[in-house]
Design a protein around this ligand. Sequence first.
Ligand code: FES
Length: 95
Amino acid sequence: MPKVRFVPLNRTVEIKKGETLFKAARVNGIPLGSSCRGDCVCGWCKVEIVDGMENLSQPEECEQKLMRTGNYRKHERVACSTRVFGDVSITTGYW
Ligand code: FES
């Protein structure tokens, strides 16, 4: 099972292969911004990938749209649209 490490919180959780970063955070009580409840609309769930980008799904169309319009940087992803297939470490500016 893939591990998601929330770097500043010093927490690591195991999730089912193919689960989203958003669910990994929410199920484990880790706060993550959202006004659309994970529907890939608001862009508030932006996270920075510290390590393991190669273990994530490719951006879906909705994520690509948010990346174009939401001022995303190279290592940032939309957590509710990003599925995990191997170990990854992430952070945000507010943890
Ligand atoms: S929670 Fe709104 S885009 Fe991810």
